[in-house]
Design a protein around this ligand. Structure first.
Ligand code: J2J
Length: 539
């Protein structure tokens, strides 16, 4: 009866039994908390986006109509589908419709382009691709047509208007709603999220209803989510922070309201906070800085805001200190990862902990190891590599045995690649990183992926991509290029390389922000490229 899906690394049977006995994993599938809310408070507002607003009854009806339409197309339990949508209500409606059917959505960031999406379709053998006709200047309708013509598994594409809606949606909504019932099991893989990425291609993270809802249930009280919560979603909906930390899954199960914004800039979100009396938002540090530094702060009534969850990248202590005096809200730092583990500062921590630390695990089932280079546990106050295992954390990436051998220990601990320091009370501070990854304001860039594409340029002999310090983003992307002797220098300018990568269908946040053409790379003692030296600002 459990779904068998090749490429999913299961939990050992005795571990699964223990998580169920402890109540970490419950007998619930992802759509069930939402439909309980629909039954409880049908007339309450579930989602607001622009001038659109949906009550719980309307949202439930839409989900079940879309589900009926998708089932008519043959979509069912275990089918992989790619959801590639910006922050519009259809994102939420479609993922719930797929969950209702037991299908497995891949949460593809709207910023992704052909290179990334094609990889997801290929690896997952996706049967459906849902997108908008245009996004940020890109013709995604054309991409949908191209993918459908190229990949035999891809039977259906659903192309919405840029702001949602359109004929493809109307066709689905014309169906009578399916009855809401269980069509999958709590232990089935229910979604595939993207890992931050350190390798040539983005890795897929398989969560079940059990692993995911455990994180949701723990987040609700720790983030103060109730029926009165009005949550603003200003970072991409596909991000863990928007889905489950505490995210729309928490708010919709509590009976609150989710307000969607296309971006997080003050001129977009401050009017929304004032108008909808927003109480909570989960944001990345660059957005927080923009809010703190905006003169619009005084022009809008932001007094409804109670707490801000800030995570995804390092927040400076100086910025953290400004939050309470300047915005009059509780700053709740968090340190999570799509692979599973989430840490939050509790609301009642002292001021120093709230600005210096990024939280402690949200589940008593989370196991943390903090070790030195030789694998020995380090005492409190000493930085070490963080490894973790627990009821929300995966045991392996989807269909990626080579990466799993590197990223997971034989007894199932995930090597986070983060260097952390734990204090006497168990609170963590993220102090560094051992993985080759760039954290561009919370958006993760795998240097290897960008390097591989640049190596395809005819004028390039070798390339190294690193993160360099940036006052707002924390880091930005820099490429060092060694040209071929015969290369035309004009083709190696920053703008030319960015266009080259864009033409290859790479998401724009991964494009180099800076580029140096050099004769050679600095070397380490053992003759490898020293990315550490390349990160040092040149002037
Ligand atoms: C420094 N680095 C941080 C922080 C994340 C919930 C769920 C997921 C994420 C997330 C999240 C950091 N300071 N406060 O933030 O609150 C870096 C680490 C980590 C990686 C995971 C949340 N918070 N990071 O960010 O899968 O390097 O998930 O391993 O996108 O982000 O990135 P991601």
């Amino acid at each position: 009866e459990p779904l068998s899906l090749d490429g999913f690394v299961p939990y050992p049977a005795e571990t699964a039994a223990r998580y169920r006995a402890a109540g970490f994993w419950t007998d619930q599938t992802l759509p069930e908390p939402l439909f309980a809310t629909v039954a409880r408070v049908p007339g309450k507002t579930a989602i607001v986006a622009g001038e659109t607003s949906l009550t719980y009854a309307e949202l439930g009806d839409r989900i079940l109509r879309i589900a009926a339409g998708l089932r008519h197309l043959g979509v069912g339990r275990g089918d992989r589908v790619v959801v590639h949508l910006p922050n519009i209500p259809e994102f939420i409606a479609f993922v719930y419709a797929f969950w209702e059917l037991g299908a497995i959505p891949v949460f593809a960031p709207a910023a992704h382009r052909r290179t990334e999406i094609e990889h997801f379709v290929e690896v997952t053998e996706a049967r459906v691709y849902v997108t908008v006709a245009r996004h940020d200047g890109a013709d995604l309708a054309a991409l949908a047509a191209e993918l459908k013509a190229t990949w035999p598994s891809l039977e259906h594409t659903v192309v919405l208007d840029a702001d949602g809606g359109g004929a493809d949606l109307d066709r689905l909504l014309a169906h009578d709603p399916l009855p809401h019932e269980r069509r999958s099991l709590p232990g089935d893989v229910a979604l595939l999220q993207l890992s931050g990425g350190t390798t040539g291609q983005p890795k897929l993270i398989p969560h079940t209803s059990e692993t995911y809802l455990h994180s949701v249930r723990a987040s609700i009280p720790l983030c103060g989510i109730t029926e009165d919560s009005v949550q603003l979603t200003a970072v991409p909906l596909c991000h863990s922070m928007s889905v489950r930390s505490p995210g729309f899954l928490s708010v919709l199960s509590a009976g609150g309201t989710v307000v969607l914004a296309h971006n997080g800039s003050p001129d977009t979100v401050f009017p929304l906070i004032q108008r909808h009396r927003v109480t909570q938002s989960s944001i990345v540090p660059p957005l927080l800085l923009a809010w703190l530094n905006s003169s619009l702060k005084e022009r809008y009534d932001l007094s409804s805001l109670e707490s801000l969850h800030v995570g995804g990248a390092r927040l400076s202590i100086e910025a953290a200190r400004r939050v309470r005096p300047e915005l009059d809200v509780i700053l709740q730092q968090g340190f999570g990862m799509a692979e599973g583990l989430v840490n939050y500062n509790r609301f009642d921590v002292d001021e120093e902990t709230s600005v210096r630390c990024q939280g402690r695990p949200i589940s008593p089932g989370d196991e943390l190891l903090i070790v030195d280079d030789s694998g020995q546990a380090v005492p409190p106050g000493v930085p070490g590599h963080l490894l973790t295992r627990g009821p929300s954390t995966i045991r392996g990436y989807f269909r990626n045995p080579e990466e799993n051998a590197r990223s997971f220990t034989p007894d199932g601990f995930y090597r986070t690649g983060d260097i952390v320091e734990r204090d006497e009370n168990g609170y963590l501070a993220v102090v560094g990183r051992s993985k080759d990854q760039i954290n561009r304001g919370g958006e993760k860039v795998a240097p290897e992926e960008v390097e591989n594409l640049i190596l395809g340029h005819e004028g390039v002999h070798d390339v190294s991509v690193v993160g360099i310090p940036d006052a707002i983003l924390g880091e930005r992307v820099k490429a060092f290029v060694i040209p071929r002797a015969e290369a035309d220098p004009a083709t190696l300018k920053l703008a030319a390389i960015r266009k080259f990568l864009r033409d290859r269908g790479l998401a724009s946040y991964k494009l180099p922000d800076a580029l140096d053409v050099v004769a050679e790379f600095p070397q380490t003692a053992v003759g490898k490229v020293s990315k550490r030296l390349q990160r040092v600002p040149q002037n």
